[in-house]
Ligand binder design. Structure first.
Ligand SMILES: C[S@@+](CC[C@H](N)C(=O)[O-])C[C@H]1O[C@@H](n2cnc3c(N)ncnc32)[C@H](O)[C@@H]1O
Length: 188
C-alpha cells in the first residue's frame, strides 16, 4: 500500500507527528520555508500545516513525477495554496531567490545526491535570514548514501553556520518511520 495514502504507514505522521516534530525543531506559524529535494513530500505537508495560512513553503525537486503526485495530495489536504512546488535543480531555484528570504530550510536525506554540497550550503546561507536555520538530516543510519558528520560540520563552518545541534526523533524516511538524529543549524 502507498505509505502516503490515507491508512498507509505515514497516516499518523501526516495527521500529527510530522507537524509536531517541525515545531520542536523551531518552525513557526507565519514562517517561510524551503525544502531542498522534497521528493514525495513527507516534510512538505507537515511544513505547510505548521507555517499556516500566513506562511509559505517553496519545495523543489528535480523529479517532476514526484511533484505531480505531491501536488494532488496537497490539493486534497487543502494545503496547495501555501506551497510553491518547483520542478528543477535546487541550486538554480536558490540562485533566483532573494537574499534573506527564508526562516527555515530543510535538507533532509538529500546531501548525498547533490553534486556540489559546498555550492548548496553557500546558496542556503545567502537565502536564510540571519535568525533563520537549516534543518539537516544527513542520513546517519547505515545507508549507502550516508554523509559523514565530520565532513558536514566542516562544510557548515566554511559557510558561516554554527555547530549543528542534534535532535533525536522518530522521523519519516523512505515511506516509513525511523529513529534517527536530525540537526538544527543556526548562523555562527
Ligand atoms: C532520498 S529523496 C529525499 C526526499 C525528501 N527530502 C525526504 O526526506 O523525504 C532525495 C530527493 O532529492 C531530489 N534531489 C536530489 N538532488 C537534487 C537537486 N540538486 N535539486 C532538486 N532535487 C534534488 C531527488 O530527486 C529526490 O527526490
Amino acid at each position: 500500500m502507498d505509505p502516503h495514502a490515507p491508512g498507509g504507514a505515514l497516516t499518523e505522521w501526516y495527521a500529527r507527528d510530522g507537524a509536531a516534530l517541525l515545531r520542536e525543531l523551531g518552525v513557526c506559524a507565519g514562517d517561510t520555508a524551503f525544502d531542498v529535494g522534497c521528493g514525495d513530500g513527507q516534510y512538505v505537508l507537515p511544513l505547510a500545516q505548521v507555517v499556516g495560512p500566513q506562511g509559505h513553503v517553496t519545495a523543489v525537486d528535480r523529479n517532476a513525477q514526484k511533484l505531480t503526485a505531491l501536488r494532488a495530495r496537497l490539493e486534497s489536504a487543502g494545503l496547495a495554496e501555501r506551497v510553491n512546488l518547483v520542478s528543477g535543480d535546487a541550486l538554480d531555484v536558490l540562485a533566483a531567490a532573494a537574499a534573506d528570504r527564508f526562516d527555515a530550510a530543510l535538507v533532509f536525506d538529500v546531501l548525498q545526491h547533490v553534486d556540489d554540497g559546498d555550492a548548496l550550503l553557500a546558496a542556503l546561507a545567502r537565502v536564510l535570514r540571519p535568525a533563520g536555520q537549516l534543518l539537516v538530516y544527513p542520513t546517519e543510519a547505515v545507508h549507502p548514501g550516508r554523509v559523514p558528520m565530520d565532513r558536514l560540520r566542516e562544510a557548515l563552518q566554511r559557510h558561516g553556520f554554527a555547530r549543528p545541534q542534534p535532535h533525536r526523533a522518530r522521523i519519516a524516511h523512505s515511506g516509513g518511520l525511523v529513529d534517527d538524529t536530525v540537526y538544527r543549524v543556526g548562523r555562527a
